[in-house]
Design a protein around this ligand. Structure first.
Ligand code: ZN
Ligand code: CU
Length: 497
């Protein structure tokens, strides 16, 4: 008898081919048979819905969420079974337990606790919480730089660069899937291209990735893509562009030019990939986006406050609205929020992206999906935290027809698994880990909106993580079967194959 048999489903195996009717048998965490299979101890009737590999969130900031919210409801409810954390240059490790580990990230990594200093230590501490889903990690440049040289606005000395390299190398040795940057943020923005190349090069012996929130996503988007491609070439590593977008009205449409640059690089043999989130607003730490001496009016007018420890009453409101209430100019409202005590920990939502660009991105051949969700559940977070994957399937596949269902599933599963070095995941085939999602393609949809961002999606019936049922008909089973994954190696704590 198999542990589980799932019957009466249309299997989308992740490879991009058409769905086929088959039963799936699961034993000891892995898929063992696909086809017509013998009975299981537990028989699951799929009711004719689609069974796909669990979705892989290629762009997450869940380093701290594994401590604060190990149930990971906001991801699990979407059918996400694995996240890639440590993005945009901010990662849980390396860490100095004596220091405030979240200071540099300003709340993006909120929730981290424990005495760990390196990735092994983080994995051990996170695993002890019984995570609901799997986690793969990047090691972040901003974190490493802040640890070694604080907020110094200069190039590192030879010794400092060597110390940074030591941290990056150690994380890669312990299973990080790559090195991430956030060159728009502090302190990464004070680094030159050479520094990034030196550190990205450390990924080469592991054939790991260089992922980047680029130095610019607006007026200088194309220059930033050029820099990314240069770093990838010089360091001789796979470059991955995070949350590809063109920010600001004057730049709308430019994503076509940047995708052309990517296509040209691919044609020339360079390894480069991208991800996108399916929304027209970005979100992040507000203080990073404004020069307090000259706050941009254009940006200020499209800002909505997500979470704000200084003024909880502003959460969920547009800055223009707050400014009108206070009787001050919107640029003054920027200063009012950011200079208040803890004002620098404000997370905002900025409506800076054109809907047509979102569709251009999603229509691109190998575009992956990453939520970029910031798991601060206070206030009103960007709805991408709760809605990204069902939104692609419901809105962009079913309603808009921007891509087919098979293709969307491929890009959310096998392509991401192959890109991020997840072995035996991202496919429904014998031998693969049973990370599975059962969903109804006719009803799957995101429920989260800007006003009600924590509304769970609909149409996700069952989620299995490493062969255990983690979510069923909206009920979280709390089995905690997630693992801490390592790049192209067995998970942390698993015997080396
Ligand atoms: Zn980012
Ligand atoms: Cu990010």
């Amino acid at each position: 008898m198999h542990d589980y048999v799932i019957r009466n489903v249309r299997v989308l195996d992740g490879g991009g081919g058409p769905a086929r009717e088959a039963d799936v048998a699961v034993d000891e965490g892995r898929i063992v048979e696909v086809g017509s299979v013998s009975p299981g101890i537990e028989e699951i009737d799929g009711g004719g819905a689609c069974l796909a590999p669990g979705f892989i969130d290629t762009h997450a900031h869940d380093d701290g969420a594994f401590f604060r919210h190990p149930g990971m409801e906001f991801k699990l409810a979407q059918g996400v079974t694995t996240v890639v954390s440590g993005n945009c240059g901010f990662s849980a490790v390396p860490a100095d337990p004596e220091k405030d580990s979240v200071a540099a990230s300003g709340g993006i990594l909120a929730g981290l606790e424990g005495e760990f200093t390196d990735l092994d230590g983080y994995f051990e501490a996170a695993l002890a919480r019984g995570p609901a889903i799997n986690n793969l990690m990047l090691v972040g440049h901003n974190t490493v730089r802040a640890l070694v040289m604080g907020m110094e606005k200069r190039a590192p000395t030879r010794d400092e660069l060597a110390a940074m390299a030591g941290h990056v190398e150690r994380a890669l040795e312990q299973g990080a899937c790559g090195f991430s940057t956030g060159l728009i943020y502090r302190p990464g923005r004070w680094s030159g291209t050479e520094e990034v190349i030196e550190l990205a090069r450390l990924a080469k012996p592991f054939d790991a990735l260089y992922t980047t929130h680029m130095r610019n996503e607006g007026d200088f988007l194309l220059e930033a893509v050029d820099e990314t491609l240069t770093i990838g070439r010089e360091a001789d590593v796979h470059a991955h562009i995070s949350h590809h977008k063109s920010a600001g009205r004057a730049n709308w449409g430019k994503v076509r030019d940047s995708l052309k640059k990517v296509d040209d690089a691919l044609a020339a043999g360079q390894r480069v990939t991208l991800d996108v989130y399916p929304y027209t607003a970005g979100s992040g730490r507000m203080i990073e986006y404004f020069d307090l001496d000259h706050p941009s009016r254009e940006l200020a007018e499209v800002i909505r406050i997500a979470s704000c420890p200084a003024f909880r009453e502003y959460e969920g409101r547009m800055l223009t609205d707050i400014a009108a209430e206070l009787g001050i100019d919107v640029t003054e409202a920027v200063r009012h929020v950011l200079t208040a005590p803890k004002g620098d920990r404000t997370i905002c939502i900025q409506f800076i992206i054109d809907e047509a660009d979102v569709e251009t991105n999603l229509a691109h051949r190998d575009m992956m999906v990453g939520s970029d969700g910031i798991p601060d559940l206070r206030g009103r977070p960007h709805p991408r935290l709760f809605g990204t994957f069902p939104r692609v399937l419901g809105h962009y596949v079913r309603e808009r027809g921007v891509l087919t269902l098979e293709e969307a599933v491929r890009r959310m599963t096998s392509l991401s698994a192959a890109t991020f070095g997840l072995i035996d995941r991202g496919r429904i085939q014998p031998g693969c880990w049973a990370d599975l999602v059962l969903f109804d393609p006719d009803t799957v949809a995101d429920g989260a909106t800007y006003d009600e961002p924590k509304t769970p999606p609909t149409g996700i019936r069952l989620v299995m993580v490493n062969g255990r049922i983690a979510l069923r008909d909206g009920t979280h089973t709390a089995v905690g079967s997630g693992r801490m994954l390592r790049y192209r190696r067995p998970a942390y704590g698993d015997p080396e194959g």
